[in-house]
Design a protein around this ligand. Structure first.
Ligand code: SF4
Length: 362
């Protein structure tokens, strides 16, 4: 037997400090990605347990309320009118149709209903319909989320007043890789929309897609952009590219599974209070990989067999996996319950001087 002890504690586990940082540079984030896998997973799970119930996952359902014929040129997307996919386009759905789907999602255990439209931005003529949808879904007792493209400050305020809880607008990739993926809107356009959402009082859902042919430093740069938003997004979807025939990225090289899991773990470390969502690409992941993502700190998924237009595991497969892992779905707290759990969490952290966050500087 080798004299090297299998019980040796790694020296690579950095110290932890208790600040949420908004000044990450790419080299620091890259240092997290470069940690030995077990050290990274241990740290991510430690931080996760300080901020969330480790056996709870928040569940959302995503419905495409207007499909295809999008004027934008996102190179991964089946809905861009510029990509020659066999997607069937669909006009804006009737409000009643959307509400019936929301009710069914609620009965399956979803707590949040996300509605997505393939638009560059919503037009004035669309707003009354989406507002009716928000009010109807809200009246069912679900949290509401929309992703409709770019928003002006006025539009963000209008959606917030209608009761929209979250707005999704992803950064997609790093600023450095961005022009390889989209040319019809700028990175700054995206940051401006996120700023408008934040100023309106809505919660921000923003993440990105990995496996777009980017380099590892691009994944670090994307996470730095997200973590440096102040406040950080409440919800951070990490998508694995779903390669779609007819899109320019249909035969891009696969991302190594461990690189995806590392992305989840680093996102958890940098954004400890955010829900990190295991999003598109889940249908290509086996149960063991999904379990590893939960261990790395993912605590949100989409239920349902379609993610806008990409495949997603069937709801009953998710339920079976949750049973195997002893995972429960998160419920929505009342405002009083939210305040109480925040107080308890703060007290626990102060009392035990637990680390909130891990500093790559050391
Ligand atoms: S990702 Fe959104 S904005 Fe880009 S082409 Fe697809 S639907 Fe349009």
């Amino acid at each position: 037997m080798s004299s090297t002890s299998t019980n040796t504690i790694s020296n690579n586990v950095p110290e932890i400090n208790d600040q949420i940082r908004h000044n990450w540079n790419i080299a620091e984030v890259q240092a997290l990605f470069d940690l030995p896998f077990n050290d990274l997973m241990f740290q991510a799970q430690t931080v996760h347990r300080q901020h969330f119930n480790p056996n709870e996952v928040q569940v959302s359902t995503l419905l495409s309320i207007k499909t295809g014929a999008c004027p934008e040129d996102c190179k991964y997307c089946s809905q861009s009118a510029r990509n020659k996919t066999d997607l069937e386009t669909e006009k804006l759905l009737e409000v009643d149709n959307v509400l019936a789907t929301a009710k069914a999602a609620q009965e399956q255990g979803s707590t949040r209903f996300c509605m997505g439209a393939a638009w560059r931005n919503p037009k004035a003529r669309d707003m009354p319909y989406v507002i009716e949808m928000i009010k109807g879904v809200k009246a069912l007792g679900l949290e509401t989320c929309m992703t409709l493209g770019m928003l002006s400050a006025d539009q963000a305020n209008e959606l917030q007043s209608a009761g929209l809880d979250y707005y999704n607008h992803n950064l997609d990739t790093s600023p450095e890789h961005y022009n390889q993926i989209i040319t019809t809107r700028t990175y700054q356009d995206r940051l401006d929309t996120i700023g408008n959402v934040r100023s309106s009082g809505m919660k921000v859902c923003s993440g990105g897609i990995v496996g777009l042919g980017e380099e590892s430093k691009d994944r670090a740069s994307l996470l730095a952009q997200l973590a440096n938003l102040s406040p950080q997004p409440e919800s951070v979807p990490i998508n694995m590219l779903v390669k779609i025939e007819g899109t320019p990225l249909s035969d891009v090289e696969d991302l190594e599974s461990f690189d995806f899991i590392r992305c989840i773990a680093v996102a958890r470390l940098m954004m400890p209070n955010s829900h990190v969502r295991l999003s598109a690409g889940r249908s290509a992941m086996n149960e063991q990989m999904q379990a590893m993502c939960f261990l790395a700190g993912a605590n949100s998924i989409f239920y349902g067999c379609k993610l806008l237009t990409a495949e997603n595991p069937e709801t009953n497969q998710d339920i079976a996996l949750f049973e195997k892992l002893g995972i429960n779905t998160e419920t929505i707290d009342t405002p009083d319950e939210q305040q109480e759990s925040n107080n308890i969490r703060t007290a626990l952290i102060n009392e035990e001087n637990k680390a909130l966050f891990y500093d790559a500087n050391v």
